[in-house]
Design a binder for this molecule. Structure first.
Ligand SMILES: Cc1cc2nc3c(=O)[nH]c(=O)nc-3n(C[C@H](O)[C@H](O)[C@H](O)COP(=O)(O)OP(=O)(O)OC[C@H]3O[C@@H](n4cnc5c(N)ncnc54)[C@H](O)[C@@H]3O)c2cc1C
Length: 467
């Protein structure tokens, strides 16, 4: 960053700007660790980190950034693993966690208004005290924020019953990259902000639909093969569950070893349902049992999966013991993914762990973890990342797509959200951010710094093919 530019930011932001080496290193990565070879492709070390406290700070930051053409990279929990919250080519990371506001629960409308920088678990605790609950949330519940979830384009637990978080937003305040503050409601094109990865500005306030805090009960079953599992996922929708969560056999073994379960090593499915009365539970249980038998599965006795619902937030903790691990996520269609899922299960010597969540009547998200048991070098790490990416990209053949764009999958926006939405996105982006200062390279693939003839998307795709 030029000295003159730095002086301008420091003059306005003073102590709100951090530039020490440790902070810069922390903010140069998200959930996935980047091998140093990637430095040839992009420079993820920021020039500084700014901790704004309010909307006025953000307006000032964007105005200065436009004046000096400085990239602005919004970040909240930093829990996504797609590189959305790290720089592509330096710039200032904006840590939004300091932008707080009061929590306003409106029981009659069943809505909550809050700062999007609030961590899910904190908001859920506040809602529960008044008999309400979030409609859906990610499994990074204890560390992720609502703003980050919307911008990442996330789905999660409860999305099946209550739809995507974008359908739960009734009002949203955003500081646009041109420094203007806008309020959008359900009547506006809010969907453009879903999966925008901070490229359309910073979300600063949010009004979300909430639901009554109805008790959620779990039911379990197992399927021997991906074919039966997919049949089961289709059939299960008839019983209108809150969530359908499943583990592949490798992930089942990890659960057994880490948490002391004794689950059969097959595809284990945990179905959750909102249930208020005993009669409802009995009726659901009968329907559930019939549905699973029809799909060729077996019912799992409750003692096998006792308390497993509480471990749905702990799966990352199981990776801590490994020197290195890879993470990726893909969205797949139920109808066409049997072969793909079978192949995934056998990849990497059968060590690839997978966890799925049904997100709609037609698709499920699949979180992939590859723990690496020995210390490996940078070159091998890069090859493994590219190899995993290759399999995520191959899902296109069966109608699947990467979970989000971020840095790794920039350039795949239209595959995820469709060509029509991409057109609307580009028109809006041009209007509000003509200099492309808000999180450049996180939706449209950037040109390489060292070979500007090539895009990052092209290089990653070609390198993945050869990995
Ligand atoms: C253990 C674990 C489990 C997970 N489970 C799920 C899951 O079930 N479902 C799921 O969807 N994801 C999941 N994730 C991924 C990730 O945690 C979520 O998407 C999360 O909601 C991202 O929120 P964050 O606050 O960490 O965002 P960050 O990682 O900080 O940012 C994500 C993107 O949003 C942008 N951004 C951040 N804040 C704002 C803002 N206020 N305004 C505009 N843009 C902003 C950033 O620039 C970045 O592009 C999981 C991750 C982990 C580690």
């Amino acid at each position: 960053m030029k000295k003159k530019t730095r002086t301008k930011f420091v003059r306005y932001l003073g102590k709100q700007m951090k530039e020490n080496a440790t902070a810069l290193q922390i903010y140069s990565r998200d959930m996935s660790e980047l091998p140093s070879l990637t430095k040839l492709l992009f420079n993820s070390t920021p020039d500084g980190i700014i901790l704004p406290k309010n909307v006025e700070d953000l307006q000032r930051i964007y105005n200065l950034a436009n004046e000096t053409r400085t990239p602005i990279i919004p970040r909240s929990g930093g829990t996504s693993g797609f590189g959305g919250s790290i720089p592509y080519n330096k710039g200032l990371v904006i840590d939004c966690k300091g932008i707080t506001s009061d929590i306003l629960i409106e029981p009659i409308d069943q809505t909550v208004t809050t700062s999007p920088s609030i961590i899910f678990s904190e908001l859920q605790n506040k809602l529960k005290l008044q008999g309400f609950s979030l409609c859906s949330y990610p499994s990074s519940f204890y560390s992720a924020t609502i703003g980050g979830w919307i911008a990442h384009g996330g789905h999660g637990i409860g999305s099946l019953q209550y739809s995507s978080v974008v359908d739960q937003i009734t009002e949203m305040q955003v500081v646009l990259p041109n420094g203007q503050v806008e309020i959008y409601t359900e009547k506006d094109d809010i969907s453009l902000f879903f999966g925008s990865n901070g490229t359309l500005g910073i979300i600063t306030e949010i009004k979300l639909k909430i639901k009554f805090d109805i008790p959620i009960k779990q039911f379990g079953c197992i399927f021997d093969s991906p074919y039966e599992l997919m049949k089961g996922l289709k059939e299960l929708q008839q019983v209108n569950p809150f969530s359908v969560w499943f583990l592949n056999p490798s992930q089942v073994s990890a659960f057994n070893d880490t948490f002391g379960y004794n689950l059969p090593r097959s595809f284990v499915v945990i179905v959750s349902k909102e249930i208020s009365f005993e009669e409802e539970e009995l009726e659901f249980s009968n329907n559930f049992n019939n549905t699973i038998r029809k799909a060729g599965g077996q019912i799992l006795d409750k003692r096998y999966f006792k308390d497993i619902w509480n471990f749905r937030f702990k799966t990352f903790a199981m990776l801590k013991e490994f020197p290195y691990f890879l993470v990726s996520e893909v969205i797949l269609p139920i109808e066409t993914s049997v072969k793909y899922l079978r192949k995934l299960t056998n990849l990497f010597e059968g060590k690839l762990r997978a966890e799925g969540e049904l997100i709609s009547g037609t698709h499920y998200s699949l979180l992939l973890y590859l723990p690496i048991e020995e210390v490996i070098g940078d070159f091998k790490k890069s090859l493994l990342i590219l190899n995993l990416n290759k399999h995520v990209l191959k899902s296109k053949k069966i109608g699947g797509f990467p979970y989000s764009t971020g840095l790794w999958f920039a350039g795949y926006y239209s595959q995820i959200y469709g060509k029509e939405q991409f057109k609307r996105y580009k028109e809006f982006k041009k209007k509000i951010d003509p200099k492309n200062i808000s999180n450049p390279g996180k939706v449209c693939s950037p040109k390489l710094r060292i070979f500007p003839l090539f895009s990052l998307k092209f290089v990653i795709r070609v390198a993945s093919e050869f990995s």
